[in-house]
Design a protein around this ligand. Structure first.
Ligand SMILES: [Zn+2]
Ligand SMILES: [Zn+2]
Ligand SMILES: [Zn+2]
Ligand SMILES: [Zn+2]
Length: 448
């Protein structure tokens, strides 16, 4: 299959005018249009750790700096660290002459063999860890800056709100010149009389921020910098330093386990109609979707069966495959592109008759027989083969260019059954015809 790996060979036109492979597209079942990533609203549903699959609400994830509390990454290679147990002999507190075996735990990387012992971090007596986090030297300043900017943005927001208010009703300006009315209203709503009306604005100026100092002088390089050999296995790489940005260790002795980054499950929504196209299950251990409307499951997938070599002005029968992932038979019609076709570099005749594409039948797939064969009244000049929910069809293409890429564009019109789940038991099936413009690259023309 020429397009099995090279997915860019066949592209479908999104409603926004961009061309994408089918596997990158979604089908909105309310607008009946293809949607690409840019035509969708991406929303974060849940935060979870990819290793222990713990779910976290977004506020807690923010407090934990989007990192998991119990899983660690190797600071040397980034692979997951695993806990190893060892037996050590410790002195019995009741009888100092005897020693008792005791289980101790440390973290080790299964990939690069880095361990917490390498950098002198002591073993822990509990398997769950209790690995202390390093405190950054600059954490106080960062907290102060964060606080300052939070207040600044609050102030900006309240000013923006007030401006909106002024624009709408000009005369309010005189009564609400100092923004007291909105603050007073807020205070009334909160029932909190201890907060003074101006405290919010005052706080911004109360936070004193020392301006950052410009570094003008750098310490001299040590005398032996050019004479002693560099031990490359002693210094960290740029990647290792950036990965722990708070500390940026320059020596491998200062590497420290890093908390694993959290990942998110997101749902996507159509920008035009606001309906969900993807809604994953809330549980991070589940791979199911509540709503899944990827185009692959609803739109027949076209692929170029093989790479074609063309000679100028000579017709080649280019074979395409069409597969149907839907659970019903789909009627497909191929039509020329409306208006001027600036994409095509080949001349071709589309089949006039509609092609019936069999439904996806998983039982037939395992049984191995092919009951669908010869059921559909196929034109042998068009349909080359049929296998379950897939068929191959041929188009005679004559290149119009002496050399270079031979490509064609056409419109695929197909039937689509929209199953509307009703609150009652019965489902309502609505059949509509959808049209997609397809751009396919068939191969190369070479001069004889
Ligand atoms: Zn788009
Ligand atoms: Zn975790
Ligand atoms: Zn490692
Ligand atoms: Zn929509």
């Amino acid at each position: 299959m020429a397009t099995y790996r090279d997915i860019e060979k066949v592209r479908y036109l999104c409603d926004c005018g961009k061309k994408h492979p089918l596997c990158w597209l979604y089908l909105c079942r309310h607008c009946f249009k293809l949607r690409c990533g840019d035509c969708l609203l991406h929303e974060v549903d849940t935060h979870f750790c990819p290793c222990c699959l713990e779910n976290l609400p977004s506020t807690e994830a923010k407090i934990r700096k989007n990192r998991c509390g119990s899983c660690f990454d190797c600071p040397s290679c980034g692979h997951l660290l695993s806990t190893r147990a060892t037996n050590t002999m410790s002195v019995n507190p009741d009888d100092p002459t005897k020693t008792t075996p005791k289980k101790m735990y440390y973290l080790a990387c299964g990939f690069c063999r880095w361990t917490t012992r390498d950098v002198g971090i002591g073993d822990k007596s509990a398997a769950t860890g209790g690995w202390q986090d390093l405190e950054s030297l600059h954490s106080d300043r960062i907290t102060l800056l964060l606080e300052y900017y939070k207040k600044l943005s609050l102030k900006e927001n309240s000013e923006k709100e007030r401006e909106k208010f002024i624009k709408r009703r000009g005369h309010i300006y005189y009564t609400d010149k100092f923004g007291l009315a909105s603050v007073a209203l807020k205070r009334k709503a909160l029932g909190n009389s201890s907060n003074s009306g101006l405290s919010e604005d005052d706080n911004v100026s109360n936070v004193v921020i020392e301006p950052a100092e410009t570094v003008t002088e750098f310490p001299e390089l040590p005398e032996d910098v050019f004479t002693t050999a560099i031990g490359l296995n002693k210094i960290t790489t740029i990647d290792q330093r950036i990965a722990s940005s708070e500390f940026q260790p320059s020596s491998v002795n200062n590497l420290y386990p890093r908390h694993k980054h959290l990942q998110v499950r997101k749902s996507v929504r159509c920008k035009k109609c606001d309906h969900n196209l993807i809604k994953p299950d809330y549980n991070s251990a589940s791979i199911k979707f509540k709503i899944q409307s990827t185009a692959m499951y609803h739109v027949p997938e076209l692929r170029v069966a093989r790479f074609n070599m063309f000679s100028p002005q000579k017709e080649v029968r280019a074979v395409f495959t069409l597969s149907n992932h839907a659970v019903y038979n789909v009627d497909v019609e191929l039509l020329p592109v409306e208006g001027e076709d600036l994409y095509s570099t080949g001349k071709f005749n589309l089949p006039g008759k509609k092609i019936v594409l069999a439904r996806r039948d998983e039982d037939a797939l395992y049984e191995g027989n092919n009951p669908m064969e010869n059921v559909f009244d196929d034109d042998p000049n068009v349909v080359v083969f049929r296998k379950l929910n897939k068929l191959g069809f041929a188009l005679g293409v004559t290149p119009l260019v002496p050399k270079g890429e031979v490509r064609i564009a056409f419109v695929m019109r197909h039937s689509y059954k929209n199953i509307l789940g009703l609150p009652s038991d019965k489902e309502e099936v609505q059949t509509v015809w959808l049209e997609h413009t397809i751009y396919a690259s068939l191969g190369q023309a070479v001069p004889e």
